[in-house]
Design a protein around this ligand. Structure first.
Ligand SMILES: NC(=O)c1ccc[n+]([C@@H]2O[C@H](COP(=O)([O-])OP(=O)(O)OC[C@H]3O[C@@H](n4cnc5c(N)ncnc54)[C@H](OP(=O)(O)O)[C@@H]3O)[C@@H](O)[C@H]2O)c1
Length: 251
């Protein structure tokens, strides 16, 4: 399949687990992929090598800094010969901290990373996309945008805001041919997850309808769909990818 043939895509946080899954799926569908990483250069370079000559690593940008978001988008567009067809805002942090006693700095760090970076990268990318007549932006939110978890109030609030940012951006950028959506994953498996959080993994396995944890490529598949012509009339949408967990009644 070549659903994204000819597209130039920028994936933030591509040195991480889900970013890798998204990048591999985009590349398999024919996109040229710019792989952003901040500190995870080794993983990003290994990924670029696996993909081949249609990948480049753009290291270093701290996306809590607006200028660095703008610089990253400019670098990706330059590499793409002036084009940027798809942006996936995947970079994010998920620290655990209870609300009582949480310093405002901790709150801000999560909001700056998970939300304000999405605003800044989208704004910069939309300028390029507008010039070229269109493009797509997909934010990686979370099922926690709808279902808060103790110790994750800052995270849940940031992800709920990301979903709403996409809906609002869909309205403002739609007339310029730019579609903006979110993908909300449930628990995505990674090396060491079961050892680090056995109780949580057990509960997820009990709750999930399709009988397994998520994989990075499940998120990648959803992002490919939203960036492709198959979704040309889909914007402002939140695509939940959670194996059916959020469909299960809680009573
Ligand atoms: N894992 C899950 O089960 C799950 C479920 C729902 C949603 N999500 C969301 O999916 C996304 C990816 O998560 P993941 O599990 O793949 O996490 P991960 O492996 O920790 O990757 C997160 C990436 O974000 C980047 N990042 C963090 N802070 C940054 C900053 N200030 N500036 C630039 N980049 C920054 C990191 O870059 P460097 O390492 O290069 O510094 C890293 O590559 C996140 O938005 C997360 O909230 C994850």
């Amino acid at each position: 399949m070549t659903l994204l043939a000819g597209q130039v895509a920028l994936i933030t946080g591509a040195g991480g687990g889900i970013g890798r899954g998204i990048a591999l799926r985009f590349a398999r569908e024919g996109a040229a992929v710019a792989l952003h990483c901040r500190t995870g250069a080794e993983a990003a370079h290994a990924l670029a090598e696996e993909i081949g000559d249609r990948a480049v690593v753009l290291p270093g940008a701290d996306l809590t800094v607006e200028d660095e978001c703008r610089r990253l988008v400019a670098q990706a567009a330059e590499w793409g010969g002036g084009r940027l067809d798809a942006l996936v805002n995947n970079a994010g942090v998920q620290p655990v901290r209870q609300l009582p006693g949480m310093p405002a700095a901790d709150w801000r760090a999560v909001v700056d990373t998970n939300l304000t970076s999405v605003f800044a990268c989208t704004q910069a990318a939309a300028e390029v996309m507008r010039e070229q007549g269109g493009g797509t932006v997909t934010h990686i939110a979370s099922v926690e945008a709808r279902m808060p978890v103790e110790g994750h109030a800052h995270y849940s609030a940031s992800k709920a805001a990301v979903v709403m940012h996409a809906r609002a951006a869909a309205l403002e950028y739609g007339p310029h041919g730019i579609r903006v959506n979110t993908v909300s994953p449930g628990l995505i498996d990674r090396a060491g997850l079961e050892e680090a959080w056995p109780e949580g993994v057990r509960r997820w396995r009990e709750a999930v309808a399709v009988g397994r944890l998520g994989r990075p490529e499940d998120v990648g598949d959803a992002c490919v769909f939203l960036a492709s012509r198959l979704a040309s009339w889909v914007t402002g949408h939140d695509l939940v990818v959670d194996g059916g967990v959020s469909a299960r009644p809680t009573w």
